[in-house]
Ligand binder design. Sequence first.
Ligand SMILES: [Zn+2]
Length: 324
Amino acid sequence: MAGPLVYPGGKSFAFTVIDDTDVATVENVEPVYRLLERLDMRTTKTVWPLDCPEGSRNFSSSETLEDPAYREFALDLQRRGFEVASHGATMESSKRERTLAGFRRLADLFGAYPRVHANHAFNRENLYWGADRVDQLVVNALYRRFNGRPADYYLGHVEGSPYWWGDFCGQHVAYVRNLTFREINLAKVNPSMPYHDPSRPLVRWWFSAADAEDRFEFNSLLRQDNVARLEAERGFCIVATHFGKGFVQDGEVNPTTRRQLEDLARRDGWFPTVSELLDWLREQHVTDSLPPREWRSMQWRWARDLFWQKLRQRRRRKKRVRKS
Ligand SMILES: [Zn+2]
């Protein structure tokens, strides 16, 4: 990409969100969507089409499209211009049959297969996940140690495994999320996104995101100085977050989140959905490939950011335990 980007409408920066559906319910995310719509922001929300009859230790409070109220909420969001994306069939691992049934259900409900997919937690059908996300030997070894799953645990991209669905992904899904960073301006870390990676060929284009696990991290990422810098640098941002994690209390959006989103909306930004932004970025590219140097520095940066994030989360958990 040559020179600073000029976004559609002559805007100075681009901002959107991919909201993963973990622990989301109509009650704990709807107010956030009402706020985004009022601010003329259209973002992307992942959904789970199917329930998880075997139970789920960490995610059982989540609603899925089998809950009528949640289904109506998701359909209504699409009508209002938000994008619906895939987070797999449900909150725990799915073999091929359930994954494909989930996609068919999404197509029935929303009129087409989702164009965007994000792998979920420790689901075994995740593609190129765990240590397979990266190539650098040292980064890979660190991650393997830290992630605690064996090398052949994630099998979505492995033909012949019960979790295989890579063929379907390559055919029907345009964009899959890989690395996330503690950086609001992704143009600084991964200017070539979305990119094709020939060593992970079943994903047509990968994209990176700015990581904000929950409301605390989201509010910290959207601090005024960060947002001002995103605008000054004419950058672009896709925040990967979970609106189900602490953004709404007693039916109201957290006041800091609200103020920061209002500030963002007053700036000279373009606020598309994730696939709109990625389609547009691709049009600006000469090639789909990722320069090896950029990929190397992304992996190191990712490992570093992950390390600090885990440290911060541990500190915060300790503080909470002390308070309660
Ligand atoms: Zn998830």
